[in-house]
Write a protein that binds this ligand. Structure first.
Ligand code: SF4
Length: 382
């Protein structure tokens, strides 16, 4: 398959691994954060970490949409369905994220709430058109990749004059989260955060926003960023590019994913998002806490499609399960295997925290691809 098979070539992977080993000496540490859950998934699935020398540590970041959603927001969504009686539509992964009191959207549905899994924002709009007697709310989550489709349906609902459709907007933005992770003074591991030497930058997000927004971070925090695709060779090439930048004392934005990402990004999508949404002054992320300018709200012009306004939603922070390390994992301060209940009490069938729910979650990726086993028992799969 074009643009897939050639990026999974095992012999090329070993060639790049040799170069990384030669250029990343054993007496130096390279703490590299892959921001996206898609990269975490690729690293686990293809055994990329097993091909890297001990001096290179891949640290998993907060780029998993359902993982960063705090419990309080899911409680809000459940209350919409249970107490307001709306048809609540959302993406599949969101359904199983644990909320307060052992409930989740799936369990609330089993208890009788009208909660429906949809494949796209457009599905939610269609349900509203077909069910004129009921209120339909789309529980919108995700980074810059899922924001444009939500903007499209809000504009379409406006054009159609739909009175029974609204959006509970929980869209977040990547650059602010990177900033939150890099905020000085950075602490070494076992503190609240971890020292990051460089970033593997998002693939799909960067298709929308382009590489330009990262230039500020590279300059301000003096960290290299290499935007990479989600195939194993993309990730390995990005690691090599980061190692070279660090060895040469550079901190630039480089684009390994040039087959899809440009400096300017998708201007049409950016204009659409800017027309419908504005930045919130602050938003709580699981693991990162309140992050300024890190999420989007619906503009006044489209206020009648804003579920927060329509239903007077009040957000209340809710602490994570005491034993769950998702917060530290999302900051890069812990690995999934460092959680006491990983793979025992907490599994994909019975997730205690959000990182075990989605395939993009670090805990789910480790569990699914056996990364919790000893390296000797889990040889590289590439
Ligand atoms: S294994 Fe489960 S409980 Fe532990 S950090 Fe991951 S999601 Fe949370």
């Amino acid at each position: 398959m074009k643009y897939v098979d050639e990026f999974r070539d095992g012999s090329l992977a070993r060639l790049i691994a040799d170069r990384i080993r030669r250029e990343a000496p054993a007496d130096r540490r390279y703490n590299l954060m892959e921001f996206c859950g898609g990269h975490t998934h690729a690293i686990s699935r293809y055994g990329v970490a097993d091909l890297l020398p001990a001096s290179v540590d891949m640290i998993h970041g907060p780029g998993c949409p359902v993982c960063v959603l705090p419990i309080g927001r899911i409680d809000n969504a459940i209350a919409l369905a249970k107490e307001q009686g709306v048809i609540l539509c959302t993406y599949a992964d969101t359904m199983r994220v644990p909320a307060s009191n052992g409930v989740s959207l799936s369990r609330a549905k089993a208890q009788g709430a009208d909660i429906r899994m949809v494949y796209s924002a457009a599905d939610a709009l269609r349900i509203a058109q077909e069910t004129a007697a009921r209120e339909v709310v789309f529980f919108a989550i995700g980074f810059e990749t899922t924001t444009p489709p939500t903007a499209v349906v809000i504009r379409e609902a406006d054009r159609l004059g739909l009175g029974n459709f609204s959006v509970f907007c929980n869209h977040v933005v990547t650059p602010a989260a990177m900033s939150a992770i890099l905020e000085p003074p950075p602490q070494v591991r076992d503190g609240g955060s971890v020292w990051i030497d460089g970033f593997v930058g998002p693939a799909h997000v960067s298709c929308v926003i382009g590489s330009r927004p990262y230039e500020y971070f590279a300059r301000t925090y003096q960290r290299p960023i290499v935007i990479a695709g989600f195939e194993p060779l993309d990730v390995m090439q990005a690691v090599l590019m980061l190692v070279r930048q660090l060895n040469e004392g550079r901190h630039e934005v480089e684009n390994e994913y040039a087959r899809a990402v440009t400096r300017e990004g998708n201007l049409t999508a950016q204009q659409l998002v800017a027309e419908v949404f504005e930045l919130r002054s602050s938003f709580e992320w699981r693991g990162l806490g309140e992050v300024p300018d890190s999420a989007l709200a619906i503009r006044q012009r489209f206020a009648r499609f804003d579920a927060e306004r329509r239903y007077g939603i009040v957000y209340r922070p809710v602490p994570d399960n005491r034993v769950c390390e998702c917060g530290a994992i999302l900051r890069g301060a812990r690995k999934p295997v460092e959680c006491k209940v990983f793979g025992t009490v907490c599994t994909p069938e019975n997730p205690l925290g959000s990182c075990m729910v989605s395939s993009e979650g670090a805990c789910a990726a480790y569990y699914t691809y056996g990364r919790f086993r000893l390296k000797a028992a889990a040889p590289a799969a590439v």
